[in-house]
Design a protein. Structure first.
Length: 188
């Protein structure tokens, strides 16, 4: 059973690492960013409401995302475990997640904090070329991360759930460290 939350600034490599680790563990990779991008592409009601926030690098309002995450965690494929990538993004989302997990009698094994310095991030994101990867939007996403999401590092650290991994290393080394971490958690 593996239940992990991936935390870290945009461009830390969360998506890539979470996707491959989830594949290895045979559990879903639940990325709220991917869910929102696909809603935007399909121009669903959610997508139409979320688009302007995403284009500016702001968080979409909690009310658009909370029920969606609860429903996703309740799907049958998430019974054996899950990796959450991009959620929670602020303290109220983290409180909500606590309540949902309690309702489902689940606990999260740990919160992986992928740590990467700002200078490295901006360079990486400029190379990625996603729609919200223009320099002004990147800077705003970093600002939003610092103000709203980074406080979660302390939040989970205090609960002794935080595991920090240096994300500024070769991709394979980060992957190997994550595998070691998961093995350690499984043995407990
Ligand atoms: P990401 O792919 O995780 O970098 O997310 C891309 C964009 O989707 C973010 O800049 C936000 O606008 C939005 N987003 C993703 N996850 C969340 C979330 N948990 N809460 C609010 N907005 C989110």
């Amino acid at each position: 059973m593996v239940r992990l939350i991936f935390l870290g600034p945009p461009g830390a490599g969360k998506g890539t690492q979470a996707y491959s680790l989830a594949g290895n563990c045979g559990i879903p990779h639940i990325s709220t960013g991917d869910i929102l991008r696909s809603a935007v592409t399909q121009q669903t009601e959610l997508g139409q409401k979320a688009q302007a926030y995403m284009d500016q690098g702001e968080l979409v309002p909690d009310q658009l995302i909370l029920d969606l995450v609860r429903d996703r965690l309740g799907q049958p494929d998430a019974v054996p475990g899950w990796i959450l990538d991009g959620f929670p993004r602020n303290v109220s989302q983290a409180d909500f997640l606590d309540r949902v997990l309690q309702e489902m009698s689940q606990t999260c094994d740990c919160v992986v904090n992928l740590d990467v310095p700002d200078e490295v991030i901006v360079g990486r994101l400029l190379n990625r070329g996603r729609k919200d990867d223009q320099e002004d939007v990147i800077r705003n996403r970093l600002e939003v991360y610092r103000k709203q999401t980074a406080p979660l590092i302390d939040f989970y650290e205090k609960r002794e759930q935080l595991e920090t991994i240096d994300g500024n290393q070769a991709l394979e080394i980060v992957t190997a460290e994550l595998h070691k971490l998961v093995d350690r958690k499984k043995q407990r």
